[in-house]
Design a protein around this ligand. Sequence first.
Ligand SMILES: NC(=O)c1ccc[n+]([C@@H]2O[C@H](COP(=O)([O-])OP(=O)(O)OC[C@H]3O[C@@H](n4cnc5c(N)ncnc54)[C@H](OP(=O)(O)O)[C@@H]3O)[C@@H](O)[C@H]2O)c1
Length: 296
Amino acid sequence: MNPDPWKISRTKIYAITRRICHRSGSSIVWTGMNTNSIATDAAESWKIVVIGGSGLIGSKLVRNLRKLGHEVVSASPSSGVNTLTGEGLAAALAGARVVVDVANSPSFEDKAVLEFFETAGRNILAAEAVAGVTHHIALSVVGTDRMLASGYFRAKMAQETLIKAATIPYTIVRATQFFEFIGAIAQAATDGQTVRVSPAMMQPIVSDDVAAALTDIAIAAPLNGIVELAGPEPIRMNELVCQFLTVQGDSRELITDAGAGYFGTEVNDQSLTPGENPILGPTHFADWLRQPVTAK
Ligand SMILES: NC(=O)c1ccc[n+]([C@@H]2O[C@H](COP(=O)([O-])OP(=O)(O)OC[C@H]3O[C@@H](n4cnc5c(N)ncnc54)[C@H](OP(=O)(O)O)[C@@H]3O)[C@@H](O)[C@H]2O)c1
């Protein structure tokens, strides 16, 4: 009997994915994943459940993992799986080896979002224990532990705490803000025709790069710890929003205000940026902005 089933899988999977990596400082930068020419090996096909598989990140992750030849279940209310009520959860997880939770709460109101991540977290972890799942992966946010004045981040912290206290081997992946979320940041900072934004440092990442990293993590051994994902470069929030509005031809007035905060919470240059050794996505914000909408 093989004492470390991950070892064989890992070696083989890295050989077939041919991901090209190079080092930048102490961070790993991914320059791409070649899944197009990968032959499906039925013996290596795992059942992997993506909770929130219909979402921005989830749909990309489902596609990547299917390309690698895995049996992937996209689990969310639109496919009959509700982690809040437990509906369809046991059936979806039966025989699963890995579960990746990339769901999000439909409401960001303090009480609702806490209830979502606590109840869903408990239900998922209990169902995983019954199903014999060997790796639970959850997508969280860089700075969660520094932003507890925010109800959303308290809810993400509660989700992480449940995972750490459970018996299922896990990897918590904390990502910085997605490029696709910058519009929502501008919207939340808008009053009339004015957008009031903090100059706090950020290091956002495109959703494709988050999905690529999660693909790799889903087929690797659990870390029983936290890994951070970020974009290739730091950039200030006001600068990000300025570039976003300019490309959109949006005429709202942008005001830089150090006291503006982030969704009602104070921020500084450390709040939203990763610590040491993050995994860096290769896509630059300016390049993404220049892409046609259909390519985003
Ligand atoms: N936005 C950012 O910048 C950012 C940064 C770092 C980390 N994150 C984290 O990334 C994760 C994914 O975000 P996203 O933007 O990809 O989410 P999203 O596009 O809003 O998708 C949310 C997903 O959650 C599912 N869902 C909602 N209620 C559910 C329930 N009761 N049971 C099961 N699934 C349910 C939805 O399913 P239906 O489509 O069927 O309703 C959908 O698939 C979140 O956990 C978030 O905290 C976000």
